[in-house]
Design a protein around this ligand. Structure first.
Ligand SMILES: *Cc1c(COP(=O)(O)O)cnc(C)c1O
Length: 220
């Protein structure tokens, strides 16, 4: 079996300049995260707030912690002091809470809007219309402690490459069209798409952040 370091090198070799790797470390023990850290990884993705907070405490402080999982408002406070990017924002209510907790910590927290792109599956995320509504809302402009720095999406879980590519391409075109809403609060800079099974396609379609777990750490 290849080592974690070899898997990271293999994944990195398939990225383009301008695309960064978020190593998805959910459910994996701290020893494995340290192995990835020693191989050079600094961006780690988790989907549960408490697990991320515990790992943050245990590991070196130059790691960027990315929240990629569905979020409840009552958990935001546990990560507000340190989280680098929240990929999974799917409501204005959640943004309001992130804004409040970020302000308490004297921080501005970058967030991505999660868009529902997988046609046949029920996955979390906003429709294009709902996302546009959030970007145009007056409330958002008053949330000075958050910044919307892009979009995130998960493609259908299928072997059909054509379909996956079409979903990623659709998200990229939405990302480009949302540049019309850019303001102090909105900067379309990060496009988070691509996982172990489909990240090479996502990279070709313009991803800036791939979220890769099992291809690095093994199955969960
Ligand atoms: C678990 C997870 C990933 C990583 O999935 P792999 O298939 O293991 O690469 C990426 N994104 C999200 C939102 C996840 O929950």
């Amino acid at each position: 079996m290849p080592s974690i370091a070899e898997n990271i090198a293999q994944t990195e070799s398939r990225l383009k300049p301008g695309t960064r790797l978020v190593a998805v470390t959910k459910t994996k023990p701290v020893e494995m995260l340290l192995e990835a850290y020693n191989a050079g990884s600094r961006l780690f993705g988790e989907n549960k707030v408490q697990e991320m907070a515990a790992k943050y405490e245990a590991l070196p402080k130059d790691i960027e912690w990315h929240m990629i999982g569905h979020l409840q408002t009552n958990k935001v406070k546990y990560m507000a002091p340190f989280v680098s990017l929240i990929h999974s924002v799917d409501s204005l209510k959640l943004l309001k809470e992130i804004n409040k907790e970020a302000a308490k910590n004297d921080r501005v927290i970058p967030c991505l809007l999660q868009i529902f792109i997988a046609r046949e599956e029920t996955k979390f995320g906003l429709s294009e219309e709902e996302a546009a509504e959030i970007l145009q809302s007056e409330e958002l402009q008053s949330y000075k402690s958050v910044i919307i720095s892009g979009l995130m999406g998960m493609a259908s879980n299928t072997d059909d490459e054509t379909k996956i590519r079409a979903e990623f391409r659709g998200l990229k075109s939405l990302f480009d069209s949302f540049k019309q809403f850019e303001s102090d609060q909105i900067k379309m800079q990060e496009l988070s798409m691509g996982m172990s099974g489909d990240y090479p396609i996502a990279v070709e379609e313009g991803s800036t952040l791939v979220r890769v777990g099992s291809a690095i750490f093994g199955s969960r």
